[in-house]
Ligand binder design. Structure first.
Ligand SMILES: [Zn+2]
Length: 445
């Protein structure tokens, strides 16, 4: 358990309502940034606060010595909104502790996890007057709103932020007690489609049968995205998809997140997906074509005999190494244009996209991460996992700073990140502090 002084500092950090999406909280965001700058200076780093067009970025630096690697630890001090407030058992910015569990907005995401790193750094500096590596701590205040100012900041400060590897703890262990190393993320490409038939809604009795129904066309186009084995039928979709390694297939079968757990988490009556792959393989290492929303025609009460003018749908494609999001957008557009009949017009508007990410967990700093986790929880083999989601900053770090990221989260899957009553086990402050120490030592070699 953390000392009283450390615990009080953690609770102080949690008491800032640093919600980045709502300008009402701007003062709290700035106060939180000031607090962190002071804290990093107080533990013996040299901390500076940088203005951005949005919220400030805090940079802390440890002692620099030549001949040792530079590690950048990333975290964020902004938090998600607290709505719906009535579902919280206690006020979200007045942290409470019960049975060793802290409840507050930001308790795990990301204040608890970044604060644990700060504790680890503080302990090492106090004991040794130095760190095993050259350290840069970067804490931003806009992660929950897309980190829009981070990439420009990285570009502008490329030289000062040059590093060999990046560590981020902003994810969860796969299950309590499982030291977890996330070495891969899926990428994403978003696109919207509008199918237009007649130039206005028509009477389905007067015109139906002679004029195209755009909803029928869109439904057919969507149904045509997959075959009966859930393979995506867009030409070229699987180009560049890296095969799963044999060790991944074997080790993922031993993880505690199998079919039964997924059924329980989702409430779905049965799982479904691409044949030839297990559920985890489908989520972590296979690309998908997902319809996120569909609309068109009359949706009010009762009947309206209308032949609608338009139908719309939103899609996201989750991508894996080495698919290229820009290419995927291009072939998806080709698919819709090629298969739409001449009786409709098609408009496509691509949305955001992010690159997939993979670091070799069995090489270089990947091995260092594994060694640190094995030392942290020696009774349990480190879980080497990928995630189905996307963390765009990881791709930014790679493309701008040319450094790999080690994702070593130690929140728990039931910490309610982004939900009411967010929690963090106090024991994980110590766990994270130790992980920080072991990781920096392992990276130093
Ligand atoms: Zn978050």
């Amino acid at each position: 358990m953390p000392s009283d002084a450390d615990l009080n500092q953690y609770l102080e950090l949690l008491s800032f309502g640093s919600i980045s999406t709502d300008s009402k909280y701007k003062d709290q965001v700035l106060a939180c940034a000031n607090w962190l700058e002071r804290k990093l200076n107080a533990i013996g780093l040299k901390a500076t606060q940088y203005e951005t067009p949005g919220n400030p970025i805090i940079i802390g630096r440890g002692p620099v010595k030549s001949g040792r690697p530079t590690v950048l630890i990333y975290g964020h001090y902004d938090v998600q909104p607290v709505d719906p407030l009535n579902l919280w058992h206690k006020p979200p910015f007045e942290p409470t502790i019960e049975n060793g569990i802290v409840t507050a907005r930001g308790a795990s995401d990301n204040k608890g996890q970044i604060f644990a790193h700060i504790l680890g750094i503080e302990q090492t500096l106090r004991e040794k007057g130095d760190l095993p590596v050259n350290l840069i701590v970067l804490i931003e205040g806009e992660e929950e709103i897309g980190s829009v100012n981070l990439a420009p900041f990285l570009k502008a400060h490329r030289e000062e932020l040059a590093c060999d590897v990046i560590a981020i703890s902003d994810s969860s262990m796969i299950a309590p007690g499982y030291p977890t190393f996330t070495y891969g993320l899926r990428g994403i490409a978003a696109i919207e489609i509008t199918v237009t038939g007649p130039d206005r809604d028509l009477h389905s009795g007067i015109f139906g049968g002679a004029v195209e129904n755009p909803i029928t066309v869109l439904a057919r186009l969507i149904a045509g995205l997959h075959d009966e084995n859930r393979k995506v039928l867009i030409e070229g979709f699987y180009d560049g998809v890296r095969d799963l390694a044999e060790w991944e297939r074997t080790s993922w079968k031993e993880l505690p997140l199998q079919e039964a757990a997924l059924l329980k988490m989702t409430g779905a009556p049965a799982l479904a997906g691409e044949s030839g792959f297990t559920p985890l393989e489908r989520i972590w290492a296979r690309p998908t074509a997902e319809v996120n929303g569909i609309g068109g025609g009359y949706q009010g009460e009762g009947t309206k005999t209308v032949l609608p003018s338009k139908a719309q749908a939103k899609f996201t494609f989750r991508l894996v190494p080495d698919q290229d999001p820009a290419k995927i957008v291009a072939i998806v557009e080709d698919y819709f244009r090629k298969h739409a009949p001449p009786s409709v017009k098609i408009e496509l508007s691509p949305g955001h996209y992010g690159q997939p990410y993979l670091v070799d967990p069995h090489a270089g700093y990947g091995m260092a991460a594994q060694r640190a986790l094995a030392r942290l929880l020696p009774d349990c083999k480190p879980a080497l996992i990928r995630e189905g989601g996307s963390i765009p900053i990881v791709a930014d770090f790679k493309s701008i700073l040319n450094a790999d990221t080690l994702l070593l989260g130690f929140a728990l899957p039931d910490c309610n990140a982004h939900s009411p009553n967010e929690t963090f086990p106090l024991a994980h402050l110590d766990l994270g502090a130790r992980l920080n120490r072991y990781l920096l030592e392992a990276i130093a070699g």
